[in-house]
Write a protein that binds this ligand. Structure first.
Ligand SMILES: [Zn+2]
Length: 257
């Protein structure tokens, strides 16, 4: 068959309270995204009896980077990230990476908002979204702006509907409680709540998730929907005009929820 290697497989490595480290495994390459902790990555690679080929980093927060040094020392693999990460390859977004041994090329997206220099990685139909897009939610604004985050989510929404989203956190159930408060009559919210309850009840992850589904119940991808706009205005008790103002108030509502 294909001499370049077998198709991609993605392993879910839980870390800390609610983080996931995603490990992409092909027969000829292994790539980790946001290794906040080295130990789960090393344990998985030991089991596979494979070395690590590369590290992709979405942004500089500790729970995404603290395992990098140990992994680089052990595997001497290159690190890809922005200027606030000690990376061998500095990225801004828009690049296409050809990682040695990896079957598919990696497209780098600039998705600021959670931080002003946040990146996401698109590999085939899989988007590793870091802390930009979660299931039923999105990242908080640290040093990015509401306008940046709104633009970034729109950029993600323009990807093919079957795109699989791999966020860094298992925040789905908490996010859905907020989605229910924003859109109490949205049946897709109820379906996702039921699905998440079953998955978590079995100790399983709710991720990845398809973009087409997120568009149905994630309020942060729906801030232009009339039902969401009305809910925001009712919550703050005044009317708004600009899309970015609706989005900023929605984010603030969630911050205080
Ligand atoms: Zn973060």
């Amino acid at each position: 068959m294909c001499s370049r290697g077998k198709l991609l497989q993605v392993l879910t490595l839980p870390a800390f309270n609610d983080n996931y480290i995603w490990l992409l495994v092909e027969s000829t390459a292994t790539v980790v995204v946001d290794p906040g902790d080295a130990q789960p990555v090393i344990a998985a690679l030991d089991e596979l009896q494979k070395p690590l080929s590369a590290i992709l980093v979405t942004h500089h927060h500790w729970d995404h980077v603290d395992g990098i040094a140990e992994l680089v020392e052990k595997y001497q693999c290159p690190v890809y990230g922005n200027t606030r990460v000690s990376a061998d390859y500095l990225l801004q977004g828009g690049e296409t990476l050809d990682i040695a041994g990896l079957l598919q090329k990696v497209q780098v997206l600039s998705v600021p908002g959670h931080t002003s220099d946040h990146l996401a990685y698109l590999i085939g139909e899989r988007l590793f979204s870091g802390d930009t897009l979660f299931s039923a939610g999105c990242g908080k604004l640290f040093d990015g702006t509401a306008q940046q985050l709104l633009n970034s989510l729109e950029q993600i929404c323009a990807l093919p509907e079957q795109t699989l989203i791999y966020p860094t956190h298992e925040y789905t159930q908490n996010n859905l409680r907020f989605a229910k408060a924003v859109e109490p009559d949205n049946v897709w919210v109820d379906q996702r709540i039921e699905q998440a309850l079953q998955l978590r009840g079995q100790g399983l992850t709710t991720l990845p998730v398809r973009l087409v589904d997120e568009k149905r119940y994630n309020p942060f991808l729906r801030s232009r929907e009339n039902s969401v706009k009305v809910a925001i205005e009712n919550h703050i008790g005044r009317s708004l005009n600009q899309d970015v103002d609706f989005f900023a108030e929605l984010r603030r509502w969630k911050d205080n929820f």
